[in-house]
Design a binder for this molecule. Structure first.
Ligand code: LLP
Length: 387
């Protein structure tokens, strides 16, 4: 049974409106991250009993305060580049390498060398690293990323499994990989799959774990299975939140069937999306042929998700939060592209005017880190709010 929508807690930013308006007065666009919300999501994931280890996919939000917060909550980290590794260890110099995964895609040899030198868990997702640089993995435990043959997620651009995806080794090629690893003096200690992002069906991880466990049986040296991240979040306040209880139950079933493997997960979005808000200032309000457009000082340069995936983010006028919704308008940015639309047919108050502060909700994951300097605009600032 779904929870009634109005039983949900109000978003954190309603209580922090004054602080946010004060930050916006220092300049926009800027992101604000609410650390108590990050902790809340972290503790929820910590309570999923079937999971043995949790790694934050820091590509979602590498802000130092977020990394420190999640480290303190007991999370490890998943990195995809030498740059992410260097950043992580700069922020958390005492972090044990065992708490870090390196899960690159088509990375150059030098990045594998950097990761191996740090002693973190290194994932290979094709035969190429073993055949091109066989000496590199001598005497090492490695992780194998498998493509279970299907992808899932909120948009075609974030599905990372199946024939058309560049990620992962096809299941049929696993025996050849294991033989090549053995020949190179490496041992397959873990299996990994991540087949997409923004998934709401809890059974998904059940399917992934089952296919990985079946493969692990045939390898013999596997001690852990990493089922990736991909947990969805409800961007729309009227949508059903992610069913973490169903997620935990699906994983518990398989954990019971295969108790010999440690179960690892690596969520990104779930931990940080809701904790982030993007603050923008209204620049102009324009009526053109019956369509109202509210212009903001940041658009697809500050937050790419709507332009790239057609992603929906809540947008409110923080300055006029108490005013009733007005006629529909499009919220657009200042970039010289037609895709620079943050939201269509939104009901901002009719009095919305230059200087008002707009808040874009659930912008903490894949927000600031994907911002860009297109049109030579400055990158957004970032701030944190704590209790
Ligand atoms: N593990 C691996 C290997 C990944 O590639 C990713 C995300 C994750 C974990 C974390 O996935 P999450 O729990 O955040 O879904 N920019 C897109 C999402 C791209 C996801 C890339 N990989 C977006 O804004 O929707």
């Amino acid at each position: 049974l779904g929870k009634p929508v109005d039983a949900r807690p109000a978003p954190w930013w309603q209580q922090r409106r004054d602080a946010l308006l004060a930050l916006a007065a220092e300049g926009t666009p800027r992101y604000a991250y609410h650390l108590p919300t990050v902790r809340e999501r972290a503790r929820e994931l910590m309570s999923v009993a079937a999971v043995d280890r949790r790694f934050f996919a820091l590509k979602a939000n590498p802000h130092p305060a977020i990394l420190r917060t999640l480290e303190a909550e007991g999370f490890g980290f998943e990195c995809v580049s030498a740059g992410e590794l260097a950043h992580l260890f700069e922020v958390l110099p005492k972090l044990a390498p065992d708490r870090v995964l390196f899960t690159p895609s088509f990375a150059p040899r030098a990045e594998f060398e950097a990761a191996l030198a740090r002693g973190v868990h290194v994932t290979l997702d094709s035969l190429a690293p073993l055949t091109q640089w066989p000496g590199l993995f001598q005497g090492r435990d490695i992780v194998l990323r498998v493509d279970p043959g299907f992808g899932q997620g909120h948009h075609e651009k974030v599905r990372t499994g199946g024939k058309d995806a560049k990620f992962g080794l096809a299941a049929a090629d696993v025996p050849a990989f294991v033989a090549a690893a053995r020949a190179a003096g490496a041992r397959v200690a873990g299996l990994h799959a991540h087949i997409g992002s923004g998934i709401h069906d809890a059974r998904h991880w059940h399917t992934v774990y089952a296919s990985l466990a079946a493969i692990a049986e045939g390898i013999g040296t596997v001690s852990f299975i990493d089922v990736g991240g991909g947990l969805g979040v409800a961007y729309d306040p009227e949508a059903e939140p992610f069913d973490l209880a169903a997620y935990g139950a699906a994983l518990a079933e398989l954990k019971a069937a295969y108790p010999q493997y440690a179960l690892w997960v690596e969520p990104g979005r779930y931990l940080v999306a809701e904790a982030g808000a993007l603050l923008l200032s209204v620049t102009q309000v324009v009526d053109k042929q019956g369509q109202r457009r509210v212009g903001a000082d940041g658009g697809m340069n500050a937050l790419m998700r709507p332009a790239l995936y057609g992603a929906w983010h809540e947008i409110v006028n923080l300055t006029r939060l108490a005013e009733p919704p007005g006629a529909p308008c499009d919220v657009v940015g200042p970039v010289c592209e037609s895709s620079d639309v943050l939201g269509r047919q939104r009901r901002l108050p009719d009095a919305t005017a230059e200087g008002d502060v707009l808040l874009v909700g659930h912008a903490g994951a894949y927000g600031a880190v994907m911002a860009n300097r297109y049109n030579l605009r400055a990158l957004p600032q970032e701030d944190v709010l704590d209790d």
